[in-house]
Design a binder for this molecule. Structure first.
Ligand SMILES: [Zn+2]
Length: 110
């Protein structure tokens, strides 16, 4: 049996570009408006690149959640709210943490 922790993308890039057009957040489903920064992660699985766009609010929640449950990895994209439900963690609990997601690198391309 395979160790599920061993499953990782062969390549991952992360950026915080400014949206030039509308995007949909993969976590909350809201529209990321042009001019807004968002988190863009591209992962390559079996030579198949997939891009995940997350609004800064969900990126913030995700990093808080990871810290909160002492997770070594972020929850899978699109599963943040499901993971929070599973662990009975509310958004309010996470937002009460002092930590804030910090956009480290802002780029203009989208
Ligand atoms: Zn979102």
């Amino acid at each position: 049996m395979e160790d599920p922790d061993a499953v990782a993308p062969s390549c991952m890039t992360q950026a915080n570009p400014k949206a030039r057009k509308q995007h949909r957040c993969c976590e909350c489903g809201r529209t990321i408006e042009p001019g807004e920064h968002y988190l863009r992660v591209t992962e390559v699985w079996d030579h198949d690149p997939c891009t995940f766009k997350t609004c800064t609010e969900c990126a913030d929640l995700g990093s808080r959640f990871r810290r909160y449950v002492e997770y070594a990895y972020n929850p899978p994209f699109g599963c943040l709210f499901a993971c929070m439900n599973e662990d009975s963690v509310t958004k309010e609990q996470l937002l009460a943490l002092p930590e804030k997601y910090i956009v480290t690198e802002k780029t203009d391309d989208s």
